[in-house]
Write a protein that binds this ligand. Structure first.
Ligand SMILES: NC(=O)c1ccc[n+]([C@@H]2O[C@H](COP(=O)([O-])OP(=O)(O)OC[C@H]3O[C@@H](n4cnc5c(N)ncnc54)[C@H](O)[C@@H]3O)[C@@H](O)[C@H]2O)c1
Length: 379
């Protein structure tokens, strides 16, 4: 019998979005961004660095292909990943009188910019579609692939945000030509993460061709460069798709993200996110080695690849007390268990719930022995 005082509602939300590699997204005659429909109205949001580098090209494309447009330029960088930036996007959407059913907002930039715009779109009228055009390697293989949006809040990284899918992500690798080496390495760290936990083919690609991809900024257009990006995105999506809302707390993509938030915050602004992730991966590789999850030769190869990708394996911010606190902190956020992803050989992983502080101390010593310079002396 139906009750008149107690109801349970159950519904499911269907999510579908496209992630596509598109060359020359702002070439004058390329209509991919408007799904082939010339003469549309669009609000485009970018940051000041992209505006300097690509603003003329974006404006020329918009003038050739849109009936009306506005280009909003936000200040760049992590320190501007704030509510103020969200507010600016919301005001602009409102004053542009955007028809949210037909006029998706276009976000062109790195992870900071696409996270800000995605968050603003998710709350403007509760749901305003947007399209991502990532311009950094982190954006291409990570921030523009999943459904998380957000900004920093009261010193908390990404503390406010939503799960909100962009309707499309158009990935144009030609933007990487203007990135500096460190930002390419930064993205390569997230690619190495996928390789270590689930894709030995990707690891071999990085070992054989990663350094060349870094030197060319992925502009040599070789099949290996394309394969590195393709494998990284496919691997990431394979992990994200069954767990888009992160209800399951054992997540392989958390690899490299247990100790790194603490390392990153301790070293701020010295370390980029991917660099801190790599330090975390160096530590957890050493823990795996000491647990017998991999051979010394495999751990040495991992360290050599990290170095060849321009990534660090040691840093003064990796201090034992801080690392032990980081593990405790993460355990709290992971429902009371460590759920620490650890590489198992190269290309697969396992979860640990019993890593001790003395193991971390031992791993810090192992890191020293594994770093390529010391390995030569030890060999
Ligand atoms: N939503 C997600 O799932 C997700 C995933 C990973 C990272 N992120 C977020 O992404 C952010 C990091 O992303 P990022 O590394 O792209 O940082 P970023 O957006 O700050 O870009 C780095 C710098 O490079 C500049 N830049 C961007 N494209 C350029 C280009 N083509 N040429 C030259 N300079 C360029 C930017 O203006 C900025 O100064 C973090 O805030 C992180 O939280 C989000």
């Amino acid at each position: 019998m139906n009750s008149l005082s107690n109801w349970t509602v159950s519904a499911q939300q269907h999510v579908e979005y496209r992630v596509e590699i598109v060359d020359g997204v702002f070439d004058r005659d390329n209509l991919a961004l408007v799904d082939g429909e010339a003469g549309a109205r669009r609000l485009i949001v970018t940051d000041a660095v992209i505006d300097d580098l690509y603003g003329d090209r974006i404006r020329a494309w918009a003038e050739a292909n849109l009936s009306e447009h506005r280009l909003l330029v936000l200040p760049h960088g992590e320190t501007n990943k704030s509510w103020d930036s969200v507010d600016t996007v919301l005001e602009t959407i409102d004053s542009f009188k955007l028809d949210r059913r037909r006029e998706p907002v276009i976000a062109v930039g790195g992870g900071v910019l696409t996270d800000i715009v995605g968050f603003a779109c998710s709350i403007y009228r509760r749901n305003t579609p947007f399209i991502r055009v990532p311009t950094t390697l982190i954006g291409l293989v990570d921030a523009s692939v999943g459904v998380k949006t957000g900004v920093n809040f009261r010193a908390g990284k990404n503390k406010i945000g939503t799960y909100f899918a962009a309707s499309r992500s158009l990935l144009d690798t030609s933007f990487l030509a203007s990135l500096n080496d460190r930002h390419v390495s930064n993205g390569l760290a997230e690619i190495l993460k996928i390789a270590l936990i689930k894709d030995s083919v990707l690891f071999e690609l990085l070992a054989g061709h990663g350094a060349a991809a870094l030197a060319s900024r992925f502009q040599a257009q070789t099949s290996q460069e394309r394969a590195i990006i393709g494998h990284a995105i496919a691997g990431m999506l394979e992990e994200l798709e069954p767990n888009l809302w992160e209800h399951k707390l054992e997540r392989l993509v958390d690899y490299g993200h247990t100790f790194s938030p603490t390392i990153e915050m301790r070293a701020l602004p010295e370390l980029l996110h991917g660099e801190a992730v790599c330090l975390d991966m160096a530590l957890t590789t050493a823990i795996s080695l000491n647990r017998g999850h991999m051979m010394t030769s495999q751990a040495r190869r991992i360290f050599a690849v990290m170095k060849s990708l321009g990534l660090p394996t040691e840093h003064p911010a990796m201090e034992l007390g801080a690392l032990a606190n980081a593990l405790e902190d993460t355990t709290r956020h992971r429902g009371g268990l460590q759920r620490l992803p650890l590489p198992y050989g190269i290309g697969s992983a396992t979860f640990a719930n019993d890593v001790t502080t003395s193991e971390i101390a031992e791993a810090l010593e192992t890191i020293k022995a594994l770093s390529p310079e010391n390995a030569k002396v030890a060999a």
